[in-house]
Design a protein. Structure first.
Length: 210
């Protein structure tokens, strides 16, 4: 497994991932492996996938064709992008959809996180996506990473340091997560607006009687 985290603050979106692979109890640390990355860049988006390392290979190969549509600017467009990709991944990459009797839809074997100028997102196997205001994490060290980022988010102005806190906590306590870490960041196109200040109530005006 892996640990991937995203965060955004002060006009910057950031994504980070560990670089250790595991095969059951066998661990492959970064200094043993050449192709250790778990993050890919597609246009202006950084995408990190958890699970089998084959998923990143498939995704990179799929989007290497410039004619394949890709739009990660919103949850709706992420869904449409991977809805289109689902057909080709079955036809060209022999993706197993593993349908269970209780599942309403075929699954795309992708689960991960996205960071780009439009924000930070999670991608799920039904091709749906969620967008987050502050941070999120995925993978086997997710719970440790979320706790660490929650602890430092308000006190830290540096989004890279927030991401590092999540990754360090995951590597400390999760057996399938290990450094060094890869971290990428980009400016947000539109910063979130602060909530407008409430106006002080004025004195009530008397109505003239007709």
């Amino acid at each position: 497994m892996s640990t991937i985290v995203v965060a955004q603050k002060n006009g910057v979106a950031c994504i980070g991932a560990d670089t250790m692979s595991s095969l059951g109890s066998l661990r492959q640390k970064a200094h043993h492996v050449v192709n250790k990355t778990k993050l890919a860049r597609v246009g202006d988006s950084f995408i990190g996938l958890t699970g089998t390392s084959a998923s990143l290979v498939v995704m990179n190969s799929y989007f290497a064709n410039p004619e394949r549509p890709r739009d990660f600017s919103s949850t709706e467009m992420i869904f449409e992008t991977f809805r289109h990709a689902h057909h080709w991944m079955k036809a060209e990459y022999f993706m197993s959809t593993l349908p269970d009797k209780g599942e309403e839809y075929e699954t795309t074997q992708f689960y991960g996180l996205i960071a780009n100028p439009h924000g930070i997102f999670a991608l799920y196997s039904y091709r749906s996506a969620q967008q987050f205001h502050r941070f999120w994490a995925a993978g086997s060290g997710r719970d440790f990473a979320l706790g660490a980022m929650q602890a430092v988010y308000d006190s830290s102005d540096d989004v890279v340091e927030i991401v590092k806190a999540g990754l360090h906590a995951a590597a400390e306590f999760d057996g399938s997560t290990g450094g060094p870490f890869e971290i990428f960041h980009c400016p947000l196109a539109v910063q979130e607006k602060a909530a407008p200040a409430r106006k002080k109530p004025g004195k009530p005006r008397r109505r003239r009687a007709n």
